[in-house]
Ligand binder design. Structure first.
Ligand code: ATP
Length: 294
């Protein structure tokens, strides 16, 4: 009987692992794409986020030793700051996010949150402290309301309603024939990219984590949808430390700090105005986008 029982038990384990991983990190990155699994340190403590300061020290990372991806990154992201990460395709923006979530360990260097090395805390507590708004959100075959509630399944209705308002989803939901009870997902109503991203924002608001990672959708949005997302992001990043991968520089002109990555190196950092005046890589990216829009 053991032979039959074990595999079933194992499958159940895998299934539960997958479910909890999904619940915690969404699908920012393909779960199957995860390289050697990182493990908790033997005496891993719970991460305690007091202020939400993130410090990267001499951070180096490579997926394969012969090809460095991030080199000597030194950054302090102050508590409550809104920080944008920009750079051309392949610069290492998503990789940086994966390291913050500890999907991989750095080759050398450290990441600290409020003075605690993320290497030394439980992954569960780390991923609880970080809410992720992915580029493309998976919607379950369930009602729109339940899809949002999923951000914190034990949240009272009042909190879900508040998240709907803050994520600027109220008008959209009111316009649906069945309102919040509308079925979404593969077998239900298809949401636009912008609507899906606002559902992800509502989930993140509900989750209430002190740190937020936001991966801006690359897909072009109409300006009304873009404005709704920006407003939703603003509600979410108020009082939170937020790190945003930005593709449209126009969306992050108000960031406290913009980090400019180029081929894995942090080449510039500053505010939009400071970086424009610097006439360097950021100014170049900005001008290129202005030309595209013209
Ligand atoms: P984009 O704006 O196109 O999303 P990015 O700045 O987010 O780009 P990353 O996704 O971090 O860039 O990729 C940085 C480099 O790392 C790229 O050259 C990419 O090919 C490589 N890379 C990314 N993921 C892996 C992986 N799982 N294994 C090996 N190499 C990878």
């Amino acid at each position: 009987t053991m032979q039959v029982f074990m595999p079933l038990n194992f499958l159940g384990f895998v299934y539960r692992e997958m479910r909890s991983a999904m619940a915690n990190i969404e699908n920012l990155f393909n779960l199957m794409d995860q390289a050697p699994k990182v493990v908790d340190a033997p005496a891993a403590a719970e991460l305690k986020v007091t202020n939400g300061e993130i410090v990267l020290r001499n951070l180096n990372f490579a997926y394969h030793p012969e090809r460095p991806i991030l080199r000597e990154i030194n950054v302090t992201i102050g508590a409550g700051q809104k920080v944008a990460v920009v750079g051309s395709s392949g610069a290492g923006k998503s990789t940086l996010m994966k390291l913050l979530l500890r999907f991989y360990d750095p080759t050398s260097g450290t990441i600290e949150i409020d003075g605690q090395h993320i290497h030394d805390v439980t992954q569960q507590s780390l991923r609880c402290a970080i809410a992720v708004v992915p580029q493309d959100t998976v919607l379950f075959n369930d009602t729109l309301y339940n899809n949002i509630h999923y951000g914190r399944p034990d949240a009272p209705d009042a909190d879900v309603e508040r998240a709907i308002d803050l994520a600027h989803l109220r008008d959209f939901i009111s316009g649906l024939p069945k309102g919040p009870d509308t079925l979404v997902g593969e077998r239900g109503l298809k949401l636009s990219g912008g609507e899906k991203q606002r559902v992800a924002i509502a989930r993140a608001i509900l989750k209430g984590s002190p740190i937020l990672l936001f991966d801006e959708a690359t897909s072009s949005l109409d300006s009304q949808s873009e404005q709704a997302i920006l407003a939703a992001m603003r509600s979410l990043s108020a009082n939170h430390t937020s790190v945003i991968i930005a593709h449209r520089l126009s969306t992050i002109v108000d960031a406290d700090t913009i980090l400019v990555l180029d081929k894995g190196e942090l080449v510039e950092q500053g505010t939009h105005t400071q970086l424009l005046n610097q006439q360097g890589r950021y100014a170049e990216l900005w001008r290129a986008q202005q030309r595209e829009q013209a």
